[in-house]
Every structure is written in C-alpha cells, then in structure tokens.
Design a protein around this ligand. Structure first.
Ligand code: UDP
Length: 370
C-alpha cells in the first residue's frame, strides 16, 4: 500500500497534520516509536486521575483559530494555572503579582510595589545581555534570588548569566492580584485527558506504534511519497554535525493514599538545594474530581527532575542559546536538501514551542502543503 504521507511522531504536530491531510483525502500513515500516541502530551489514567506522564501540559492560547480548532476534538475545563513557589518552605504566589510583592516586601499598594521594583532594577544599565540581567531588570534582585535563580539553574543546568534573556520573558509581572500564570484569552485542560483529544484527531487514521523510524528508515520511506518528521532534527542526520543540546526530564511518580498532598496542581521549588524543580499533583488539573464529579480519595504526585540530555534519553526542551542555535541553522540547511521530508514541531524545528504555537505552526504547514 502506498501512502501520500508517512507521519513520524503522533504528538500534536503530527496529529494535526495527519488529521488535516486525511480530511483532504490524502492517505496517511502515522508511526510512533513509543507504545502510545500523543507524544509528550500523553495522559494515562491512574485511580481515576489523568496523569500527565511526560510533564504537566496546560493548554493556553490567544489564538482564536487555534482554540476553535482544539475544541473540536475535546471539551476543555476552566483550569487556570496559578503555581505556588516554595523557597525553603516560604510560599509565594506566581507569577509575580501583588500577593508575591506583599509577601516579599510587605508592600500593600501597586505604587509601593513599583517603587521597590524600580529601586532594585536600577542596577541593570542598558539592554539585558542574559537571563540574570533580564530577570533583575524585570522584577529586581530579591525576586530573582528567591524565585528565579535556583529554579532556572536547576531547569537548564546552566548559570543564569549563560542563558538567553527571552526564556524569562515568558513570565508575566503584574501589579494586580491576578495570579493566572498565562496571559491568555483561552485556557484549560481537555476533559478526559490529552490522549483522548489526540485519539479524536487521529480518528480513522492508521497508526502503528512501537515503530522506530530512524532504525527502519529505508523500508518505511518506500511506503509514502512524502515524510513529515517530528523527531529530533539532529538525530535524523545521525548527529553528523554534532548533537544539539536538550534538557531532559525525569519524573518520580507516587500514588498517595490521601486526598490532598499540596493543595495545588503545581508547586515550584525555587531554592537550589531541593533536587527537584517542581511537584505536580495531577488531580487538581481537574479539580480533584473524577469524570462523574466525585471527589477522588487518593492522589498522584510527580516530582520533576531536570537533567542534561544524553543519547538514549527523551529530549524535552531545546536549549536555544547561541551555540545551539547556530548548529541548528546548519542542520536546517541539510533539512532543506531533503526534498520529500518536512521537519516540524518542537524537536523537528528545535524550538521551545508551546502547544498552541505547535498547532498554529502545523496548521500553517498544512495550508502550504495540502
Ligand atoms: N521560572 C522561574 N521561576 C519559576 C517558574 C519559572 O524562574 O518559579 C522561569 C525559568 O527561567 C524557566 C522559565 O521561567 O526556565 C519558564 O518556566 P516554566 O515553568 O513556565 O516552563 P515550562 O517547563 O512550563 O515550559
């Protein structure tokens, strides 16, 4: 059987492309090396709780067309991300807002908070050159040291002075009591889990799991006219220009025989000494209830440990610093020479994409391609 497209990877990029291609009457085959679909948004039910097996995913977007798109495949609940920071047992509200400033400095009004920030950010002159300077110039040194430095250095395994400023620009600073982490018009978690949402996208499409493309490339390539590859771009080329750096994540999951461990979906451990970066308590993504609205008696937590990626690990976060961005550009040139292969997604484009951006990018690619 001959397919129009062989889609390598059943994460969001692959699933959207597969859905759109099939809708246009193309014959598509989706393969994935894992035993499950949905890539890193995969969720698995444990004791009635949808566990985000490859890390917490909170859908948020300002793009109406992307929201309209995803809500075709799942109903979304009204979950709003408001992480708590734990710095050596001191708790702070995130992202940085009036609750945070009040706890940090005892300030009560927005003017007082602004004055404190202005006083502290004055130490940075000119355009911030790295994440540390960017952070201090956004919120001042106190917040940088208690809520940013330790977390960031654990997450990226690099000194804040060696990281690009843009990473921290993801974090809003607000002189209001709004502790909604994302500046997004639309936000929520798909009811029933992400796996079900991706299953719906792939409805009626042939999917083969436990198939490693790169190990069987020659044979698999014969099956289709074109390949959409969403794996790591450097792996595709056998790392021949050297490997791009990634951060990997390891999760220690625990089922606890109690209803409430930390009272929130996400608690970030922002000190340097605690070895994990955060703990996710999955049930709070769905308000602690099962699908029938009953309270769940148990809870599942995941401690998240960040590590440098090495061969054989799952890559999670591209390290978009200067060195890696340059190397990526070289790989991109090679990719442009592969006429029948499209590279897409977080790993295929070596880009710290959020879910909505991945979907937007996949939809744009579909318009171009299909
Ligand atoms: N960050 C931080 N303190 C926090 C949470 C985030 O300094 O408590 C910074 C840090 O630099 C991190 C970036 O914000 O790398 C993005 O963090 P986030 O947790 O949003 O990343 P995710 O893993 O959710 O994509």
């Amino acid at each position: 059987m001959k397919y129009d497209y062989l889609i390598v990877g059943s994460g969001l990029y692959g699933a959207v492309f597969a859905h759109e291609a099939a809708a246009k009457g193309k014959k598509v085959l989706v393969i994935d090396k894992r035993p499950n679909i949905a890539g890193n948004v995969y969720t698995e039910k444990v004791e009635g709780i949808n566990v985000h097996k490859y890390g917490a995913h909170i859908f948020h977007t300002n793009l109406k067309h992307v929201w309209d798109y995803v809500t075709r495949f799942a109903e979304f609940n009204r979950f709003t991300n408001s992480p708590v920071a734990n710095f050596n047992g001191e708790l702070y509200s995130l992202p940085f807002n009036m609750y945070t400033f009040n706890k940090m400095w005892g300030v009560v009004t927005p003017e007082e908070a602004q004055a404190k920030i202005d006083e502290q950010r004055a130490e940075i002159k000119g355009e911030p050159q790295n994440l540390e300077e960017q952070a201090i110039s956004l919120v001042g040194r106190d917040i940088y040291e208690k809520l940013i430095k330790g977390y960031t250095e654990k997450q990226w395994g690099r000194d804040c002075t060696e990281l690009p400023p843009f990473i921290i620009k993801r974090l809003p600073v607000r002189l209001t009591f709004d502790n909604n982490y994302f500046n997004a018009l639309y936000q929520g978690i798909p009811v029933g889990g992400y796996t079900k949402m991706v299953e719906n996208m792939l409805d009626g499409i042939e999917v083969r799991l436990n198939v490693d493309y790169l190990e069987n490339k020659e044979e698999l390539d014969k099956l289709a006219d074109k390949v959409l590859y969403t794996g790591a771009i450097d792996a595709y080329f056998g790392y021949k220009l050297g490997n791009l750096e990634y951060r990997s994540v390891r999760f220690e999951n625990e089922l606890l025989d109690k209803p409430n461990f930390q009272g929130n979906a996400a608690v970030n451990y922002t000190d340097r000494e605690t070895p994990w970066t955060r703990i996710i308590e999955h049930k709070w993504f769905e308000f602690g209830k099962d699908e029938n609205g009953n309270d769940l008696p148990k809870t599942v937590i995941s401690r998240e440990y960040s590590s440098e990626w090495k061969l054989g690990d799952e890559p999670y976060y591209p390290v978009n610093d200067e060195k890696n961005s340059k190397l990526y550009e070289e790989y991109k040139k090679l990719a442009e020479g592969e006429k029948n292969v499209i590279f897409g997604g977080r790993l295929g484009e070596y880009k710290y994409y959020d879910m909505d951006a991945v979907i937007d990018s996949a939809l744009k690619k579909c318009e171009e391609e299909l």
